[in-house]
Design a protein around this ligand. Structure first.
Ligand SMILES: Nc1ncnc2c1ncn2[C@@H]1O[C@H](COP(=O)(O)OP(=O)(O)OP(=O)(O)O)[C@@H](O)[C@H]1O
Ligand SMILES: [Mg+2]
Length: 251
């Protein structure tokens, strides 16, 4: 197989009295949706925090397109092409959808913070903000106050904020959490669209969505990768069925 776009090698992270990430090595290939599943407390969000630089790893390597990210700040990782959404949304609730998007578009504009960089760039910022709204399906809600949007639309906005950095790898931590069927379907369609231009590491408890969207699945249990493979391999893995999937294997 071609070289992975992204990999972690031997990642390890301890909290007092708990090994939360235990020697985790995963690969994500260009254009792939790689799903990370596992029981509550298995260490999925911790792994995303290590990858995005929110938490320092104790050991291990993280590479994106051959570039070592370990030791870089969270911001530098975003600039290197790695963006994330949070399990809890990160929008500015009092601002409009458009202002949230403008702010994100502006903060990722190369050279914007340079004193001579910001002249004549309002049009560029607006255009990028509108592109982002269109990408996630919020173009009809630009003037709405972000905090007053329904839950599903807030998550769409959260994805748009992560997309502002034009990532090569997008990390999504439970993008469908707390959603009804219609909203989940909209997010699934969005992921189908995004995968055409970026790789995605998807954490999700909705097994129906995971088996529909993922090219590869890794199963995390007690901080360790118990199994990694195609959806069919994971569906037919007895250990995974015993520990996690249970009756959901028909998803
Ligand atoms: N900052 C922290 N300090 C101490 N312990 C932590 C910290 N963050 C997470 N943990 C612990 O690490 C373990 C893994 O938590 P994590 O949030 O990564 O699990 P998860 O797989 O994302 O679970 P969920 O499916 O519920 O979101 C849990 O036992 C959790 O209590
Ligand atoms: Mg989590």
């Amino acid at each position: 197989m071609a070289k992975p776009l992204f990999s972690t090698q031997g990642l390890r992270k301890s909290f007092p009295g708990l090994l939360a990430t235990d020697n985790v090595s995963i690969d994500v290939h260009p254009g792939q949706v790689h799903a990370l599943i596992g029981p509550n407390g298995a260490g999925k969000s911790t792994l995303v925090n290590l990858i995005s630089g929110l938490l320092p790893a104790d050991e291990g390597r993280i590479t994106l397109d051959g570039r070592e990210l370990q030791g870089l700040s969270a911001h530098a990782r975003v600039r290197a092409g790695l963006s994330r959404c949070f399990q809890v949304t990160s929008i500015f609730p009092g601002a409009s959808v458009l202002d949230n998007l403008r702010l994100a578009a502006q903060s990722h504009l190369p050279g914007y913070w340079h004193p001579w960089g910001r002249r004549d760039r309002h049009a560029e910022i607006n255009e990028h903000a509108l592109d982002l709204a269109q990408m996630v399906g919020l173009e009809g809600r630009l003037t709405h106050t972000a905090g007053a949007l329904p839950h599903g639309a807030q998550r769409q906005l959260d994805v748009a904020l992560a997309l502002a950095a034009r990532p090569r790898l997008l990390l999504l931590d439970e993008p469908m959490a707390g959603m009804g069927q219609d909203e989940s379907e909209r997010v699934a369609q969005l992921i189908e669209k995004l995968r055409q231009s970026m790789a995605i590491l998807l954490i999700e408890h909705d097994m129906h969505a995971v088996f529909r969207l993922a090219d590869r699945i890794s199963v995390l249990v007690y901080g360790r990768v118990m199994a990694s493979g195609t959806p069919d391999e994971i569906r037919n893995n007895e250990q995974v069925r015993d520990v996690y999937l249970g009756s959901e294997v028909n998803a």
